[in-house]
Design a protein around this ligand. Structure first.
Ligand code: NAD
Length: 450
């Protein structure tokens, strides 16, 4: 594995885990395959108990996991604690699934017809660096609950929390081989999940480019695949809303995690009559946004994950006209200030492409139709927000925006109780919510003649 660097200081971390080889990946897949029959046959109540025990052990190590993420990924300590808590909560939520993995009894002539949800076998989960803990859990918690075993590949830059979570699974009593964490390269370990016939499903979160390759690769074996990809989500602000409140909340919707968030509302559409007031208030909010050492309890934004990611974002800014920025610490580490661009041209890269950094582009619109057209003028469709006090308009616009996760007068998008996923090139399939375990099963139909 390449050397891990603390993004806050630019200093090398003490330990960098070894990068798994192709043979290591095959060994881990074989181990998961061997562990599958026994895990599938664990009684539902016992599998539920083990998942709850796993959640409890995560909770006991919440601070340790959070501190590890601050060190490895530069997440603010507040966010990192939420993320470790999210792993615990996902496990608790899906611990209810083994005892509720219901089939149906369907009325037919001449007999009885029932359906079963059978686990798939080994599930491969490929995780990006931006939210290492939650994204891993959104895959493994429902997959394990449905009776599958898991091979999990964290991103090259951020393997540490996943490795620790793998160890904690054993502490909680999950049998060896049920959850296998394999740090390594995407082109080696990730690719092997796609080509290995014993991996029955690939659950991928990452860039749209790699997602397309994975989908094409999975086609060869008609392998099941879920894709959670990029986004360029719109925050639509109508003039009838509380403009001050909308402007005050907008920075959190895009600069959280230094903008390295697939759901970042990186385009803000503001109705023209409220535009000047909104931009003025946004400037105040951005100036006040606290970009500090992520270990500082007051920090609202830390550094970018890597020098390479910071350079990518900087290239977008070199070609854009910056309206104003917030602040960021000087000195070592991969810092960028929150940055606002006023866009006038929808063909500009900063308006069209997923920048994946603390950059937001703002543009005015005249009416509802134009707002919807601008929001939908994107290859992506992951999330978005609508600010209005008109309930009819809120529902009309929410129905017309082509995105999987919309919030009205708020910016929430990923809640483990509700389905999450993208339209268009933002993804394929849904994660989370009450139906997630079914996505890790085959529905089998059995007819019994009378
Ligand atoms: P990435 O696509 O480069 O990498 C993601 C993961 O895929 C990593 O673990 C990587 O090692 C692996 N990988 C790379 N090449 C591979 C290959 N050929 N075969 C198999 N695996 C391979 O993405 P990234 O830079 O780590 O993450 C940023 C991207 O992830 C952004 O585009 C962001 O929008 C997206 N993302 C989407 C969601 C979502 O839920 N929709 C959530 C978080 C991030």
């Amino acid at each position: 594995m390449s050397t891990l660097i603390n993004p806050t200081t630019g200093v090398e971390l003490d330990s960098s885990p070894a990068s798994a080889s192709l043979e290591d990946a095959d060994t881990a897949i074989a181990r998961a395959h061997d562990a599958f029959p026994a895990w599938r046959d664990v009684a539902p109540g016992e599998r539920a108990r083990l998942l709850r025990a796993f959640a409890a052990v995560i909770d006991e190590h919440l601070e340790e996991l959070a501190q590890l993420e601050v060190l490895n990924a530069g997440h603010t300590i507040g966010n990192a604690r939420w993320e470790a808590g999210n792993v615990r909560d996902c496990l608790n939520y899906y611990s209810a699934a083994p005892e509720r993995l219901f089939g149906r009894q369907i009325p037919v002539a001449g007999g009885t017809d029932v359906t079963f949800h059978e686990p798939l076998g080994v599930v491969g989960i490929i995780v990006p660096w931006n939210f290492p803990m939650p994204i891993a859990a959104w895959g493994f918690a429902p997959a394990l609950a449905a009776g599958n075993t898991v091979v999990l590949k964290p991103a090259e830059l951020t393997p540490l929390t996943a490795i620790r979570i793998g160890e904690l699974a054993l502490v909680a009593g999950l049998p060896e081989g049920v959850l296998n964490v394999i740090p390594g390269k995407g082109s080696v370990v990730g690719e092997r999940f796609v080509t290995h016939p014993l991996v029955r499903k690939v659950c991928f979160t990452g860039s749209t480019g790699v997602g397309k390759q994975i989908m094409a690769g999975c086609a060869d074996q008609v392998k099941r695949v879920t894709l959670e990809l990029g986004g360029k989500s719109a925050n639509i602000v109508f003039a009838d809303t509380d403009v001050a409140a909308a402007a005050a909340s907008a920075p959190y919707a895009v600069f959280d995690n230094a903008g390295q968030d697939c759901c970042a509302r990186s385009r803000i559409l503001v109705q023209r009559s409220a535009y000047d007031e909104f931009v003025g208030r946004l400037q105040t909010a951005v100036t006040d946004f606290r970009v500090l050492d992520p270990a500082d309890e007051r920090s609202e934004m830390g550094p970018m994950v890597s020098a390479a990611q910071r350079d990518t974002v900087q290239r977008y800014l070199d070609d854009a006209t910056v309206a104003f920025t917030g602040s960021a610490p000087d000195g070592p580490g991969w810092w960028l200030p929150p940055t606002v661009v006023e866009s006038t041209d929808t063909s500009e890269p900063v308006w069209r492409e997923e920048v994946f950094g603390p950059v937001v582009a703002v543009m005015p619109f005249d009416d509802e139709d134009e707002a919807v057209a601008l929001a939908n003028d994107s290859d992506y469709g992951l999330s978005g927000s609508i600010f209005t006090t008109d309930i009819g308009r809120a529902l009309r616009v929410a129905r017309r925006v082509e995105a999987g996760n919309l919030s009205v007068n708020s910016h929430s998008s990923v809640r483990y109780w509700t389905p999450f996923g993208g339209y268009k090139q933002s993804g394929l399939g849904r994660e989370l919510g009450p139906d997630a375990p079914n996505a890790f099963t085959e529905e089998k139909n059995v007819f019994i003649a009378h």
